[in-house]
Design a binder for this molecule. Sequence first.
Ligand SMILES: NC(=O)c1ccc[n+]([C@@H]2O[C@H](COP(=O)([O-])OP(=O)(O)OC[C@H]3O[C@@H](n4cnc5c(N)ncnc54)[C@H](OP(=O)(O)O)[C@@H]3O)[C@@H](O)[C@H]2O)c1
Length: 331
Amino acid sequence: MQFQKFSRTGLMVSRLCLGTGTFGKQTDEAEAFRVFDKAADAGVNLIDTADMYPGGGTLAEVGSSEEITGRWLKGKRGSFIVGTKGGGPMGSQQWDRGSSRKHLLDAIDASLRRLDTDYVDLYQVHMDDAETPLDETVEALDIIVRSGKARYVGVSNFLAYRLARAIGRQDTLRLARFVSAQPRYNLLFREIERELLLLAQEENLAVIPFNPLAGGLLSGKYRQEEKPDTGRFSPEVGQFGAMYVARYWHQREFETVGRLQDIAAETGEPLTKLAVAWILANPTITSVILGASRTEQLTDTLAAADYALDPELKVKLDELTAEYRRGDATR
Ligand SMILES: NC(=O)c1ccc[n+]([C@@H]2O[C@H](COP(=O)([O-])OP(=O)(O)OC[C@H]3O[C@@H](n4cnc5c(N)ncnc54)[C@H](OP(=O)(O)O)[C@@H]3O)[C@@H](O)[C@H]2O)c1
């Protein structure tokens, strides 16, 4: 495993992070523990969870990923850097979501209870909340840091201009500053290269992207005409599955995956490994968040950590997927 400095903090994190988005729905606790063990054995020291996980979870199911994570961490909390997120829907009241002071201060306490820990290393706003003034959100996060409940704060799913504004308010108000961004990024979704990554370079923000395999599409295991009954693109995960179909289940994406598979075959490496290695080859990326519903899925993606992507191959992959730099915020 390789390690990288986490923004301007004193932390070194593994270049691969373990995501827990399937734990508690697609992945039961016993299998989740095996996934954790396999990632830890490979040297992963960074864990990503969120209060609203598992992905596609009902209100009765949300929170179970943090609970499973807390149980696995028992006795080894000090050996891992744990990040969670708040802001997603956690109850039926209007204020059970979003980035208001009321919700974030409740949400961090609930996350700590589920994780069975006194603090998280990284507390992230899961998504931008246009209804709450930025000042209210950054002040609430500052309280969370000063109370010792989180060591650092970050964002996820923010457009670059909103993150730039938020950092500006934190500096002006002398509040705890965001140290990281968690955006969606993969060979089929490269929108962040246009602005967010430039902001991250300039502000020395850690970037920990999620969705490196486009939900599994970049494994090449799907055929467009055969919609699956189980997994990320299926009704098994409710609306979440429908969202993934809307994002990626298109002829253009399937054709690109076919061409990427041809390149992978030429190199003799699985496309899953190349897809993760391609993200790691970007020097602005700190750590890639891997997702797995089953332990064996991690074999190829974990192997990307010690695989140096040939610069010519990187150019080939960059060129083949250049059209996905344009992005489409509606997908
Ligand atoms: N901040 C956010 O808004 C946000 C959003 C999403 C995720 N995340 C975080 O990022 C993590 C990773 O994101 P992601 O799950 O979307 O990553 P991803 O790598 O794009 O997708 C992971 C999924 O792909 C399939 N897969 C993985 N390895 C495979 C392999 N070797 N062969 C075939 N299929 C394979 C599995 O789904 P199936 O078994 O169902 O096919 C797995 O759950 C999550 O766990 C979560 O912690 C954050």
